[in-house]
Design a protein around this ligand. Structure first.
Ligand SMILES: Cc1cc2nc3c(=O)[nH]c(=O)nc-3n(C[C@H](O)[C@H](O)[C@H](O)COP(=O)(O)OP(=O)(O)OC[C@H]3O[C@@H](n4cnc5c(N)ncnc54)[C@H](O)[C@@H]3O)c2cc1C
Length: 305
C-alpha cells in the first residue's frame, strides 16, 4: 500500500502547515495559558476554505476528500491542538451528521453556513450522568404543535459558546431507551438555549469546552435531523467518523512534540556539545522519528530508524 501523499494532498499539507506556523503558532502558547479561543483565526481558516474541506461545493464546501481534511487537522494540531480540536468537532461531529442525514433544506441552510465558516458547529451528546453510556441521557424533547421543546443540559461541549449550530441528542420516548433518542439542529439564538460553565482543562485549553443548557428551548419541527428514534444510531455513526479527527489530532500533537524535542536537543548544550549528539538522546529521537518527513503517518513499525 502506498502511503505517500498525492500532489493535491501535499499542496493541502503545505498550505495548512504555513497557515498554522504564520497564524496560529505566534499566539498559541499565550492563548493556551489564557484559555482563550481566538475567533479571528477561525475567520481566516474560513477564508482559506478549511471549514468545509470534505463537503461538496454545492453545500459551500471545498469538494475535497476526507484525507485532505485529516491532513488539515493534523497540521493544525501539530502547532495548536486547540484549533485542530475546534475544526475536528466542527467538521466530523457537527457537519457530518447534517451532510449524511439532513434534508436538502437543512444542508442548504446549516451545512452551507458551517462549510463556509460563517457558522461554527458543535455536537451535544454527553451529560453529567451519561458519558460512555450515552443511552442514559436525561435531556428530553417533547413535540408541542410545530415545535419541539427541549429540556436538560449537556457537558464537555467543544466549541460551546462560539458555535452557532448545535447537533443535540434528546430523549423523545424514554421508555424505548436508546431507540427513543432523536437528533435536533439547534441554533444558539433559539429561545431557551444558553451556554453554561466553561471547563478548566489540563490541555488544549484554548479550545472552549462548556456546558450547554436547554430550558423549554423551542426548536422548529423541521429541525429534527433524521427520523424520530434514529438519534442513537446517528450519534454512534457520527462518533465513528469523529475518531478520524481525534486520531489526526493525536498524530499532529505527537509530531509537534517530536519537532520540539529535536529542536531542544539540538539547542541544549551539556558537556560542551548539544545533547542531541549524546547517544542516549539520539537513539530516542531516531526511534520515534519519521523515516519520511513528507509522509503524514508516523512510522509505527517499531523498527529503529
Ligand atoms: C476535551 C473534551 C472534549 C469533549 N467534547 C465533547 C463534545 O464536543 N461533545 C460531547 O458530546 N462530548 C464531548 N466530550 C465528552 C466525551 O465524549 C466523554 O468524556 C466521553 O464520552 C467519556 O465520558 P465520561 O467522561 O463521562 O467518562 P465515563 O463514561 O464516566 O468513563 C470513566 C472511565 O470509565 C471507563 N469506562 C466506561 N465504561 C466502560 C466500560 N464499559 N468498560 C470499561 N471501561 C469503561 C472509561 O474508559 C473511563 O476511563 C468531550 C470530552 C473532553 C475531555
Amino acid at each position: 500500500m502506498n502511503f505517500l501523499l498525492s500532489k493535491e494532498h501535499q499542496m493541502m499539507q503545505k498550505m495548512v502547515r504555513e497557515f498554522a506556523l504564520n497564524e496560529c503558532e505566534p499566539t498559541a502558547a499565550q492563548r493556551d495559558e489564557e484559555e482563550y479561543f481566538d475567533i479571528k483565526i477561525w475567520h481566516k481558516m474560513a477564508e482559506l476554505g478549511l471549514c468545509g474541506i470534505p463537503w461538496p461545493e454545492e453545500y459551500g464546501g471545498a469538494g475535497a476528500d476526507y484525507l485532505s481534511y485529516v491532513i488539515a487537522v493534523e497540521e493544525l494540531s501539530r502547532v495548536d491542538a486547540s484549533i485542530g480540536a475546534a475544526l475536528s468537532a466542527h467538521t466530523s461531529l457537527a457537519g457530518w451528521p447534517v451532510y449524511k442525514f439532513g434534508t436538502e433544506h437543512q444542508k442548504r441552510k446549516y451545512l452551507r453556513a458551517m462549510a463556509e465558516g460563517k457558522n461554527m458547529g458543535a455536537y451535544c451528546l454527553t451529560e453529567s450522568g451519561s458519558g460512555s453510556d450515552a443511552s442514559g441521557m436525561r435531556t428530553t424533547a417533547v413535540l408541542d404543535g410545530d415545535e419541539w421543546v427541549l429540556n436538560g443540559s449537556k457537558i464537555f461541549i467543544t466549541n460551546g459558546g462560539y458555535a452557532d449550530t448545535y447537533i443535540v441528542f434528546a430523549q423523545t420516548n424514554s421508555a424505548l431507551k436508546h431507540k427513543g433518542i432523536s437528533t435536533f439542529i439547534v441554533e444558539k439564538g433559539f429561545p431557551g438555549f444558553s451556554v453554561g460553565k466553561k471547563e478548566k482543562k489540563l490541555g488544549i485549553r484554548s479550545s472552549a469546552t462548556t456546558e450547554v443548557i436547554f430550558e423549554d428551548c423551542r426548536v422548529p419541527k423541521d429541525n429534527l435531523l433524521g427520523q424520530v428514534g434514529e438519534g442513537f444510531q446517528i450519534a454512534m455513526m457520527t462518533l465513528d467518523g469523529g475518531r478520524n479527527g481525534i486520531a489526526s489530532q493525536a498524530v499532529g500533537i505527537a509530531q509537534g512534540a517530536f519537532d520540539n524535542a529535536v529542536a531542544f536537543a539540538k539547542d541544549r548544550v551539556q558537556f560542551g556539545k548539544p545533547i542531541s549528539s549524546l547517544q542516549a538522546i539520539s537513539i530516542q529521537i531516531s526511534r520515534y522519528g519519521h523515516k519520511n518527513r513528507s509522509c503524514p503517518f508516523i512510522d509505527v513499525s517499531g523498527s529503529m530508524a
